[in-house]
Design a protein around this ligand. Structure first.
Ligand code: NDP
Length: 252
């Protein structure tokens, strides 16, 4: 049994992570923007589930959440920075600066602030793991997405659009690498991974980039089964690395 904090736990991948962690007996802190509206979470009605308010865009809620957790828990084993937004899918030549700034606030500065606030508790944990949910769309090295594959199932539609999201996940990857280097001496593992193209609100929105001609086929349930294997196997030897949900390494 370990203690996990999952951000963005109200729906999609975050909610399914919470469900599967609870099912195997872990203690889960489900962080959501508005606990009163998290009916899916509240319906779980589990003794080892703690729902807290945390909006990654609002530093005061992060601070309050950290203070609450410090009172309730002596340590945290694993933080999963899952909360994220997709932003505009417009072509790069039409990318909007305010959209880019918002997506970075949520997807890059959010995980950084949550990690910084929870670090004292993570340092006291047994597993000492920070997992940042990234995306293959943040990979520069995965050229297949950009240049070498005309198959619409892959990233060609995203090759020309979704700049805010792609840049934000590339920045999150760098954050992962940088933190991993710094926290190694504290025994803290920091990884990032892509959950696959998953059937969620965000995953389904991604299909708009393909004019609906391609859609996600991976269920949240199956993705999370794989994610938990990756999380369970994560140790310092994997720190500073970027994975697919299957555990295969991804090119930066
Ligand atoms: P969803 O859009 O289904 O859910 C997003 C979650 O993030 C919601 O719980 C939402 O909360 C939360 N969230 C958004 N903004 C904030 C905020 N400011 N503070 C706190 N929580 C917030 O997305 P997914 O479940 O599909 O995505 C989860 C993660 O997986 C993201 O990081 C995403 O980039 C990544 N990912 C997803 C892929 C996919 O195919 N689905 C592919 C690759 C990566 P609320 O309900 O309050 O809006």
């Amino acid at each position: 049994m370990a203690t996990y904090v999952v951000t963005g736990a109200s729906r999609g991948i975050g909610l399914e992570l919470v469900k599967q962690l609870l099912a195997r007996g872990d203690v889960v802190v489900a962080a959501v923007r508005d606990p009163s509206k998290a009916s899916n979470l509240n319906a779980l009605n589990a003794a080892n589930l703690h729902v807290i308010k945390l909006d990654v865009e609002k530093p005061e809620t992060i601070k309050e959440a950290a203070a609450t957790l410090e009172k309730q828990f002596s340590s945290i084993d694993c933080l999963i920075n899952n909360a994220g937004v997709l932003g505009s899918l417009a072509k790069t030549s039409k990318a909007d600066a305010s959209d880019i700034a918002w997506v970075h606030k949520v997807n890059v500065l959010g995980p950084l602030a949550v990690t910084q606030a929870l670090l004292p508790l993570i340092k006291k944990g047994k597993k000492k793991l920070i997992a940042n949910i990234s995306s293959t769309l943040g990979s520069i090295g995965d050229k297949e997405q950009y240049m070498e594959n005309d198959d619409a199932r892959r990233g060609n539609a995203f090759a020309v659009g979704g700049l805010a999201y792609k840049m934000s996940k590339a920045a999150l990857n760098m954050q992962t690498m940088s933190l991993a280097a710094e926290l190694k001496d504290d025994g803290i593992t920091v990884i990032c991974y892509c959950p696959g193209w998953v059937i969620t609100d965000m995953g389904n929105s991604g299909s708009e980039a393909f004019d609906g001609k391609a859609a996600p086929t991976l269920s949240a349930e199956d993705s999370i089964k794989c994610q938990l294997k990756l999380i369970d196997s994560a140790d310092l030897s994997k720190s500073g690395k970027y994975f697919a949900h299957t555990g295969e390494p991804l090119p930066w």
